[in-house]
Write a protein that binds this ligand. Structure first.
Ligand SMILES: CC(C)(COP(=O)(O)OP(=O)(O)OC[C@H]1O[C@@H](n2cnc3c(N)ncnc32)[C@H](O)[C@@H]1OP(=O)(O)O)[C@@H](O)C(=O)NCCC(=O)NCCS
Length: 159
């Protein structure tokens, strides 16, 4: 399913058949991706890879994984990586990627989603706060999105 962000930017979940397209989106990654590894990654239904594109041009991505827990059969979602190319930042692309990820996590009946970041990454912190991520203490590097009543995440949003 595709969600229209603006007239041109689209968020699309990448599947195994999209492996070459993902590997070709070099502007999004710090390292060169391996085609075989990417195929295996995209074949695993627990993994989510979202590509944001402006027409044919990749402008952002998010990837993460469903994790099993031991205190409940409901999974957690670990947001592992998100990035938007500098020319497309501050236009809502990051927010649209996170919101799409949260829809996926809710459909997968996740208890919560979480992401780790650095205290000095103000853009990431602003993004996670603006999409409902919460931290337990002001110094925390982990933002949690409670998705069910069973989540142990704090109910208060902290700066
Ligand atoms: C973090 C990142 C993904 C944000 O993407 P983006 O598309 O620019 O974010 P959005 O435009 O959707 O902005 C989301 C919110 O964060 C705020 N925000 C984004 N960048 C910001 C910045 N540099 N300073 C302050 N606030 C910022 C926006 O104002 C918006 O807030 P609002 O909803 O209250 O208006 C992007 O800056 C990036 O790719 N950074 C480099 C990679 C990185 O650090 N990834 C995270 C690793 S943990």
């Amino acid at each position: 399913m595709r969600v229209t962000l603006s007239r041109r930017v689209r968020i699309t979940r990448m599947r195994r058949r999209d492996s070459r397209r993902v590997v070709a989106a070099r502007e999004l990654f710090d390292v060169q991706l391996d085609l075989d590894a990417t195929r295996r990654y995209l074949s695993d239904h627990r993994n989510l890879f979202l590509l944001a594109s402006d027409g044919p041009t990749p402008v952002g991505f998010l990837r993460g994984t469903l994790l099993r827990q031991m205190r409940t059969v409901r999974p957690q979602f670990f947001l592992y990586e998100i990035g938007v190319v500098p020319s497309a930042r501050r236009q809502g692309v990051g927010k649209a990627l996170v919101e799409r990820m949260l829809s996926f996590a809710r459909r997968a009946r996740c208890d919560e989603a979480f992401v780790l970041t650095s205290n000095t990454n103000h853009a990431a912190a602003a993004l996670y706060r603006s999409t409902g991520g919460r931290t337990e203490t002001p110094g925390d590097r982990m933002y949690v999105y409670p998705l069910s009543r069973r989540s142990r995440a704090p109910r208060r949003v902290r700066p």
